[in-house]
Design a protein around this ligand. Structure first.
Ligand SMILES: Nc1ncnc2c1ncn2[C@@H]1O[C@H](COP(=O)(O)OP(=O)(O)OP(=O)(O)O)[C@@H](O)[C@H]1O
Ligand SMILES: [Mg+2]
Length: 323
């Protein structure tokens, strides 16, 4: 069974004076997320990621289309207990302590009264907030708040987790901790659907990703396949700088260090490049496929959309690519 099934989901907002203008935030989105996978929902600012998550959480009504979670309509009463949600900007009542917040959410999601205390302590420990349970949330750092947000999303042990930009605004250590936590939850068999514009996090974590831009799905697939598909470059290293001019003539960039030369060429001219290197008495040292990155794939999909939809450089997306 699919964990999530989305079909023709569309959302338009009424904006402007007298709300007369229709703005399409999400356009006929159809996709499936399998049980037990980590699914990355990628897109630049304004792509429609939060809109999708809010629709799936039943916080807004779609203009058209439908979605199912674990085979049930998203408004089915049993869905709530099966999902946990970390919103993009969790507005917690910040005079509450971390423990009070979690007990409140545990109650909302139907955890029996006598289990709430132990469950709260366990979850706070799990997200690294043991010792801060009696601290008010207004005294928490951004990283601690994000961890409290994740704790409230998992306090009732849901099968599916929806996380809207879980790593955003965190320092490298905080991001690493959240990544590890997502991995652990996945290892326990949970399905995780998270949105992000930090591509390296998606590349490390996800089984599959979808790329969204301006409300439209631009690409979807297994991370490894997408990368294999978009990587058509090969790096050649050889000894003997005499061949560099001939390799450059094949439209390849060459770098030389003493007698060692290196070029990255497209696969289509690989044979020709090797031939000219041999003719110039160069000694081949290595030929290695260049691994594409999710960033390249992402930019390609966004660019394709831009040329199809007449996007301009000025409103091209700002991406966050971190090591
Ligand atoms: N309440 C609203 N009223 C009108 N337009 C909205 C509303 N909420 C979102 N939008 C518009 O819908 C589009 C999608 O917004 P959404 O917040 O879903 O994007 P996002 O992918 O989550 O972006 P970000 O990365 O900035 O969080 C944007 O153009 C946004 O301006
Ligand atoms: Mg968003």
């Amino acid at each position: 069974m699919n964990a999530i099934e989305i079909s023709g989901l569309k959302k338009t907002y009424s904006v402007g004076f007298f709300r007369k203008t229709e703005k399409v935030a999400l356009r006929d989105l159809s996709l499936e997320v399998h049980e037990g996978e980590i699914f990355g929902y990628l897109g630049p600012n304004g792509a429609g990621k939060t809109t999708t998550l809010k629709l799936l959480m039943g916080l807004m009504f779609p203009t058209s289309g439908w979605a199912k979670i674990l085979g049930m309509d998203i408004n089915h009463p049993l869905v709530r207990a099966s999902v946990g949600f970390l919103p993009e900007q969790p507005y917690f009542y910040d005079y509450l302590t971390a423990a009070e917040l979690l007990e409140y959410y545990a109650q909302l999601s139907g955890v029996p009264a006598k289990e709430r205390g132990p469950r709260t302590r366990k979850m706070l420990e799990r997200v690294g907030l043991a010792g801060s349970e009696n601290t008010q949330l207004r005294k928490f750092s951004k990283g601690m708040l994000q961890r409290a947000g994740i704790a409230q999303a998992i306090v009732h042990d849901p099968k599916i987790l929806f996380l809207d930009e879980p790593m955003s605004g965190l320092d490298p250590i905080g991001r690493r901790e959240v990544r590890d936590l997502i991995q652990e939850l996945h290892d326990e068999g949970k399905t995780i659907f998270f949105s992000t514009h930090i591509l390296s996090d998606a590349e490390t974590l996800c089984d599959r990703v979808a790329v969204l831009n301006k409300g439209e799905l631009r690409g979807i697939g297994v991370v490894a396949d997408l990368l294999a598909d978009s990587g058509n470059k090969v790096e050649i290293v050889w000894q003997g700088s005499a061949a560099t001019a001939a390799v450059r003539a094949l439209n390849a960039e060459c770098h030389t260090t003493g007698e060692i030369a290196r070029a990255v060429v497209s696969k289509t001219v690989l044979d020709a490049a090797i031939d000219v290197i041999r003719q110039a008495k160069g000694n081949l040292i290595s030929v290695t496929p260049v691994q594409a990155t999710l960033e390249e794939y992402f930019l390609k999909r966004i660019d394709q959309g831009a040329s199809a939809g007449g996007n301009t450089k000025a409103d091209s997306p700002v991406l966050e690519v971190k090591a």
